[in-house]
Design a binder for this molecule. Structure first.
Ligand SMILES: C[S@@+](CC[C@H](N)C(=O)[O-])C[C@H]1O[C@@H](n2cnc3c(N)ncnc32)[C@H](O)[C@@H]1O
Length: 218
C-alpha cells in the first residue's frame, strides 16, 4: 500500500470546518453501513463517481435507482458527512470510499464498472500543477481497465482549459471513443442527468456554461 500511496499522491483537502455533532455522529455510526472495504467486491450494474464533493448526484441517484450499485469516492470527510446527511432512508446500493479513488480503483476487477463519473474535477490551473489533474494517461489506463466494453466515462467542467485537456487526453487514448457528434454536444448533459446542479456547480459557475464530455469504452 505504501508504494501506491506515494504514486497516488492526493493534493486536495481532507478536512474542512468542524463538523456538527450530528454530522460527526453520522460518520461514527451510519457510515459503517456504507463504507467500501478492501478486498472490494463489485456487484453487477455498478457506477463509480470519483470526487463526489457533497454527494448531491450520488444521493439522488442511489435513492431513486435501487437496481444500480453506486460507489462514491471522496477524501474530503466533510463531503462524506454531507452525503450521509442527505440520505433520508438507508439504502443498500451505495458504497463510500473516503479516500483517493485511485487506491480503490486499483482493487477493482477488470471490466467491473458500467459507468464512471468525474464531475467538475479540480482544475489545477497552474502549468506546474497540471500533473495533479485527475485525467492523465495513467488514470485513463486505470479507468479503461475497470470499465466494461461499451461502458461510459462521463466528465463535466466549467473550466475551458481543463475541458480541452480532458477531451484531448481521453480522445487520444486507444480505448476511449467520444460519443458526441458536434461541438454543440459539449453543452448537453447526459440524457439521464437527474439533478439541476451540484452545490459546486452553482457556487463556482455564476452563469458560466458547463461542458460535458461523454466517452465510450471501446
Ligand atoms: C471541485 S470538487 C467537485 C465536487 C463534485 N464532483 C461536484 O461537482 O460538485 C472536486 C472534488 O474531487 C475530489 N478529489 C480530488 N482528487 C480526488 C481523487 N484522487 N479521488 C477522489 N476524489 C478526489 C476533491 O476532494 C473534491 O471534493
Amino acid at each position: 500500500m505504501t508504494d501506491r500511496l506515494l504514486s497516488h499522491r492526493f493534493h486536495g483537502r481532507r478536512k474542512g470546518k468542524t463538523l456538527t455533532d450530528y454530522r460527526q455522529g453520522l460518520l461514527e455510526h451510519d457510515f459503517n453501513h456504507y463504507k467500501a472495504t478492501i478486498p472490494f467486491e463489485t456487484q453487477k450494474n455498478s457506477w463509480l463517481e470519483i470526487g463526489f464533493g457533497n454527494g448531491e448526484f450520488l444521493s439522488h441517484m442511489s435513492q431513486n435507482n435501487p437496481d444500480i450499485n453506486f460507489i462514491g469516492c471522496e477524501p474530503f470527510i466533510n463531503g462524506v458527512a454531507a452525503l450521509l446527511s442527505s440520505i433520508e432512508k438507508p439504502v443498500d446500493n451505495l458504497k463510500i470510499w473516503s479516500d483517493d479513488a485511485r487506491l480503490l480503483i486499483d482493487e477493482m476487477p477488470d471490466q467491473s464498472m458500467e459507468r464512471v463519473y468525474l464531475l467538475n474535477p479540480d482544475p489545477w490551473p497552474k502549468s506546474r500543477h497540471h500533473k495533479r489533474r485527475f485525467v492523465q494517461e495513467k488514470t485513463l489506463n486505470m479507468l479503461s481497465r475497470i470499465l466494461k466494453k461499451g461502458g461510459l466515462f462521463i466528465m463535466s467542467s466549467d473550466h475551458h482549459e481543463l475541458v480541452t485537456w480532458m477531451f484531448d487526453h481521453t480522445n487520444a487514448h486507444d480505448n476511449f471513443e467520444w460519443t458526441g457528434l458536434s461541438g454543440d454536444d459539449w453543452l448537453t448533459p447526459p440524457s439521464d442527468w437527474p439533478i439541476d446542479q451540484t452545490r459546486y456547480m452553482k457556487k463556482g459557475l455564476a452563469g458560466k456554461d458547463i461542458y460535458w464530455l461523454i466517452f465510450k469504452r471501446k
